[in-house]
Design a binder for this molecule. Structure first.
Ligand SMILES: Nc1ncnc2c1ncn2[C@@H]1O[C@H](COP(=O)(O)OP(=O)(O)OP(=O)(O)O)[C@@H](O)[C@H]1O
Ligand SMILES: [Mg+2]
Length: 287
């Protein structure tokens, strides 16, 4: 009971620090290898943060590939395409999915930001800048690997969660991505999530492997945010097109993600840079 009461007090105090006015924190979720569980993690992490009293906007930054709306089974009426083409404003493309989750769909069938004109890109960043103060968290779910777009989202974020699985190929690719960002000279705060682990030991070992190499060769600390068990409920939820958080809340994988959300909030400090910081970060999306 005492633990629960204290946890609640902590949450309330974090909530108060972050809320008046809201300092929107930006988190990017990425990976080296594809298919490691970024979109499922992002979606259920967003719902977990929301259940803990925070407002979250989940942004499908895998541009041109509809992920989030497919996972949610909620076809988006408008998506990033409409924003990029200046047909809609940012508020028109914010959709509400099951569980009341606010999200922006990536759209499908069109490609990168790079091909847009300067004017279109400025409109894009200006519109995203309008989100500041309206949400506690802005969560970018990126595509796999280090595309130019993904690098923009990584450098625009206050922190980047790198997802890996225990597979050696996934570990090597996660390290390669971190190394590339670091050697380009970007100061990015990375944290690890190990997905699809058989048990806690495997999660810790996987994280340890990357942490040791990153510390030795990049002089970089890579804190472990947590791990998510391998769980067939994830695939079941995907097939049902319903978020794991909503359809299998007691599943091992969902519990893992909920633990990560709690751990994340417990460590979270209200150090948002205010509107100016937010806009500067958003400018990195096109500069
Ligand atoms: N914890 C888990 N346990 C079991 N299976 C999982 C887990 N996480 C993800 N998966 C499986 O991996 C598949 C891919 O997940 P997801 O689409 O979230 O990956 P992604 O990293 O976003 O992929 P992409 O790189 O294509 O964007 C899911 O459909 C599911 O079948
Ligand atoms: Mg994805």
């Amino acid at each position: 009971m005492n633990d629960q009461a204290e946890a609640l007090r902590n949450l309330v105090s974090i909530r108060e620090q972050l809320s008046t006015p809201k300092a929107t924190r930006i988190i990017t979720v990425t990976s080296g290898k594809g298919g490691v569980g970024k979109s499922n993690f992002s979606l259920n992490f967003a719902l977990s943060l929301q259940r803990r009293g925070f407002s979250v906007l989940l942004f499908d930054a895998d541009i041109g590939m509809a992920n989030i709306d497919v996972l949610l089974g909620t076809p988006a009426e408008y998506n990033l395409f409409h924003l990029l083409k200046r047909e809609k404003t940012i508020w028109d493309i914010v959709q509400t999915g099951p569980g009341g989750l606010k999200f922006i769909a990536g759209g499908s069938g069109f490609k990168d930001l790079i091909r847009l004109s300067e004017e279109e890109l400025e409109y894009f960043a200006d519109q995203i800048g309008k989100l500041h103060g309206h949400f506690d968290f802005l969560l970018f779910d990126t595509g796999a690997g280090l595309s130019k777009e993904t690098l923009r989202f990584i450098t625009a974020a206050e922190e980047t969660i790198v997802i890996t699985t225990p597979e050696p190929t996934s570990i090597t690719d996660a390290y390669a991505l971190i190394k590339m960002v670091k050697t380009m000279g970007h100061e990015v705060q990375f944290r690890l999530v190990v997905n699809r682990v058989a048990d806690e030991k495997e999660g810790r070992q996987t994280a340890n492997n990357i942490q040791q190499v990153a510390s030795k060769y990049l002089n970089l600390e890579l804190p472990l945010l947590g791990f998510v068990p391998d769980d067939s409920h994830v695939m079941k939820a995907v097939k049902r097109q319903s978020a794991l958080f909503l359809s299998y809340p007691d599943s091992q994988a969902n519990r893992g993600i909920e633990r990560i959300a709690s751990a994340y909030l417990a460590e979270e400090k209200a150090e948002g840079g205010g509107a100016k910081g937010f806009l500067q970060r958003m400018r990195r999306l096109w500069k």
